[in-house]
Design a binder for this molecule. Structure first.
Ligand SMILES: [Zn+2]
Length: 456
């Protein structure tokens, strides 16, 4: 068997942690503040984890790297001119909705749902969803997303695709009132069975939203989650309509309602949180609920702008998600990060709002904390899981680099991602997903979409 030992040497490393060892921090044009955030050095991977992070000029790290080299049987990757950083966590998506990319644009939300999305979705079975997932996972891996949190139907099928493609995923079988509930009750144990056979996968329940799931169904699903020992993932306060419906029905906000039915007794990830009140934010913080910001989806569907700066100042854990490709219309986390920062600045009329490093934290450490892997994912640190990405910095739009952190959020593109490692295994090399015939996959997706459209 080929060795799983890899050394990436001479790279610029952005660890998303506090510096531990003082060494040289030489990357042309680094400002004093940034020099603390990144450094040049080497990283050794072994057994799916990061074995050594050796900063250039740090004698202790260099010594251990030399000892690692002496043992031999490793592959070396030249990191010069490259940035090594944690893989991105897309903390909210519906990956199979790639099948509906550009199907429903520039129309009202209700028309979007009732006349375009739901008729199409009603024709999707496990096979079609698997093709959509395969396309979406390819897109995410190529753009440096190493973990995604997914909410959909037939999650067991998506789990199998994620397992086979080498990405890390949290699969969340979804339900809403009606026939989807029975489907959910079949999908949940099946998804758990697939995840049990792969340490990159985990499962959560996904109530669609507080206005589409009855109290009875919510309590039933919470009971199942407790039985299986899994968390939750839901949409909260996406639109003003939702806010109104829940207030009319239960006399409280969607966040208060979900707390009252006991959802937050489970580790919970809440997408959108656009119309949350100050009291809601305190509840999210108190119960350790992560708010996932989906700025492009919220802007495109005209739902509003989530108060991310206020949530941050109140201590709510924040992450970023693309939402589905039907309301975005891609799964590009770089685009999403830039939009998150711009939208926060625009709505607050404050250019200092949500600075670049804070946005990078949302897409890395915030996502890791959301899925309960704080310190294990979202960082380049010894002992952490080796989910890493490498960007080619030698691009015109990244030159000059007065500020590397700003360059990543405001100038970098998903196409700058050159290599991706998940659990120490290379999954993208030379801009290609290893072992995937992309033209063949895209042809299969086109054929699938053709069949679905004909059936409608
Ligand atoms: Zn969503």
């Amino acid at each position: 068997m080929r060795s799983d030992k890899i050394i990436v040497s001479g790279a610029t490393i952005l660890p998303m942690t506090e510096p531990e060892c003082s060494g040289s921090a030489s990357d042309g044009g680094a400002k004093d503040g940034d020099a603390q955030k990144y450094f040049t050095g080497s990283v050794a991977l072994e057994g799916g984890r990061i074995a050594i992070v050796a900063r250039d000029g740090c004698a202790e790290g260099e010594q251990r790297l030399a000892e690692f080299r002496v043992k031999g049987d490793f592959r070396e990757i030249d990191g010069r001119g490259r940035l090594l950083m944690p893989g991105l966590v897309n903390t909210h998506t519906h990956v199979a909705m790639t099948l509906m990319r550009n199907l429903a644009d520039d129309i009202e939300l209700m028309e979007w749902l009732h006349e375009r999305v739901w008729p199409f979705e009603s024709r999707l079975g496990a096979e079609e969803i698997a093709w959509g997932a395969k396309l979406g996972i390819a897109e995410m891996l190529l753009g440096g997303t190493t973990t995604f949190v997914d909410m959909y139907w037939h999650e067991a099928a998506i789990a199998r695709v994620a397992r086979d493609m080498g990405i890390r995923a949290v699969l969340c079988p979804s339900f809403l009132d009606g026939e989807r509930m029975a489907e959910f009750e079949r999908d949940l144990p099946e998804t758990i069975a697939v995840a049990d056979g792969c340490d990159r996968l985990s499962v959560r329940i996904a109530p669609h939203a507080p206005y589409t799931c009855s109290e009875e169904n919510l309590r039933r699903a919470i009971g199942l989650a407790k039985k299986y020992g899994v968390g939750a993932h839901t949409h909260i306060s996406e639109t003003l309509d939702e806010q109104r419906i829940v207030r009319e029905r239960y006399g409280c906000t969607p966040t208060e309602h979900l707390r009252n039915v006991g959802l937050f007794e489970l580790p919970t990830i809440a997408a959108h949180c656009v119309h949350v009140t100050g009291g809601d934010m305190d509840i999210l913080r108190e119960f350790g609920v992560t708010a996932v910001h989906n700025p492009q989806s919220n802007m495109k569907i005209a739902s509003g702008a989530a108060p991310v700066a206020a949530m941050l100042s109140r201590g709510v854990n924040l992450a970023i998600g693309t939402d589905g490709a039907c309301s975005n219309n891609d799964l590009d986390m770089w685009d999403e990060m830039r939009t998150a920062s711009f939208l926060a600045k625009h709505t607050a009329a404050d250019p200092a709002s949500m600075p670049a490093y804070e946005i990078l934290k949302m897409a890395t450490v915030g996502g890791a904390r959301a899925i309960g892997r704080d310190g294990e994912l979202g960082v380049v640190a010894e002992g952490a899981l080796a989910d890493l990405i490498m960007l080619d910095l030698e691009k015109p739009h990244l030159c000059p680099r007065h500020d590397l952190v700003a360059a990543l959020v405001y100038s970098a593109k998903s196409t700058d991602v050159e290599r991706v490692f998940v659990a120490g295994r290379p999954v993208v090399e030379n801009d290609r997903v290893i072992g995937l015939d992309l033209p063949e996959l895209m042809a299969e997706v086109e054929a699938t979409v053709g069949r679905v459209k004909q059936a409608i």
